[in-house]
Design a protein around this ligand. Structure first.
Ligand code: ATP
Length: 381
């Protein structure tokens, strides 16, 4: 009798968790045909895979939760994201939405440069996502932790940029409805065993078909990568991802963080620094030494011009991800001899720098990084 009651209680608890973790929401989307079949793991499988969420298995921690390295019963190595749903005693409904959103979006995607979702678990106390394991860390770390054993050559940088661009082009166009990632940054680009790029972290991404409208109520994204036009208007467009991609491109060129500061200096925006140097014809002074040593001058210049166009304050003037991917492929194939028509009017670049540096309130109605304003470094809007 006791055993039966205990088992019944356990089943009821699992059902409660399933509901609370957005299981019904997922079922609803499934029945509407928005979600491809997704594998549901049991909580027992997840505990076994992570050795009861052993601290030694932690791969990293993000805004959404903790990521563990795990091994499934069939021996495959996976990354398991345990969502951070419970703050104190309160269960965060917003995070459930983000979680289900990631499941819905990733279940529709099959691209070699996007991290694969293998399944999820909804019957545990907090929901869990199971991804393929990507062994070589993030692009953010690779750019900064350079060593002689694995130098990040110009060829690798260009290839990684092409892979990210191809993934974004696919998301924007090839999937059944356009998907905007909305949080493109180097720490969301993972690197596989061959150092191929895999775009990850789709918690804040949106499918236009699901959303119906691009107007958002809450500006989301990461400080330093966020499109100023989106920040001003709340209107996220495909060009906002293009802007963030432009920031990643200049990280690859310069090796510097998008926002940098130390105690003695004010916060500096890499975008503004980069645009200044382009205007003053001193780009080569701010490039990463490896890039200067290793990359053909003409190729570097064309990539820098492309990055500048991605960072245009006016979204309409930015290229699409299709154009970006094609141009990068052409640069790689031609060795930079193809200089595209980049609309490189001096006045345009002047406007961009001016807005960044001197008049943040006219270009951005809310506070946005400028050289003269101090911000908490890890803030995510
Ligand atoms: N599929 C994966 N394979 C290997 N490691 C992973 C995988 N997914 C995530 N990680 C690791 O876990 C860390 C945290 O990932 P997560 O996507 O939760 O957060 P984040 O992108 O760092 O932060 P935020 O969610 O706040 O943007 C990553 O930086 C990475 O080191």
């Amino acid at each position: 009798m006791y055993k039966v009651l205990k088992r019944k209680k356990k089943i009821m608890l699992k059902q409660k968790y399933f509901k609370r973790n957005g299981g019904l929401l997922l079922q609803q989307h499934s029945s509407e045909g928005n979600v491809k079949k997704i594998k549901l793991f049991t909580s027992k499988e997840m505990e076994k895979a992570t050795d009861h969420y052993n601290e030694n298995r932690i791969l990293g921690q993000g805004g959404q939760g903790t990521v563990y390295k795990g091994m499934l019963i069939d021996g495959s190595i996976v990354a398991i994201k345990k969502s951070k749903m419970v703050e104190g005693k309160k269960f965060d409904e917003k995070k459930v939405e983000q979680f289900i959103n990631e499941v819905i979006i990733l279940s529709q995607i099959n691209h070699r440069n996007v991290v694969k979702l293998l399944g999820c678990c909804l019957e545990a106390e907090v929901p869990l996502l199971v991804y393929e394991f990507i062994p070589n860390g993030t692009l953010y770390d690779l750019i900064r932790k350079q060593n002689e054993e694995l130098p990040l050559t110009w060829e690798m940088r260009l290839r990684i940029a092409i892979e990210i661009a191809n993934a974004l082009f696919y998301l924007h166009s090839a999937a059944s409805a356009p998907i905007y990632h909305r949080d493109i940054k180097s720490s969301n680009i993972l690197l596989d065993d061959k150092y191929r790029a895999k775009v990850s972290d789709f918690g804040t991404s949106r499918s236009v078909a699901l959303e119906q409208t691009h107007l958002t109520t809450r500006v989301e994204g990461t400080f330093g990568y966020m499109d100023p036009e989106y920040f001003r208007t709340n209107q996220f467009t495909e060009k906002s991802d293009v802007y963030s991609f432009g920031v990643v491109l200049i990280e690859l060129l310069t090796g510097q963080k998008p926002i940098s500061a130390n105690q003695s200096e004010p916060v500096r925006s890499l975008v503004s620094y980069f645009l200044h140097s382009m205007q003053e014809n001193s780009l080569f002074k701010i490039l990463n030494p490896m890039v200067v040593k290793d990359g053909p001058e003409q190729e570097i210049m064309v990539v820098a011009l492309l990055a500048k166009r991605c960072l245009n304050l006016n979204g309409k003037k930015r290229p699409t991800m299709k154009q970006v991917a094609m141009e990068l492929e052409m640069i790689k194939a031609s060795g930079g001899t193809v200089i595209e028509d980049c609309g490189d009017e001096e006045s345009e670049i002047d406007d961009m720098i001016h807005s960044w540096d001197t008049n943040p309130s006219s270009s951005m109605s809310r506070t946005i990084p400028t050289d003269s304003v101090t911000f908490p470094l890890n803030s995510s809007f």
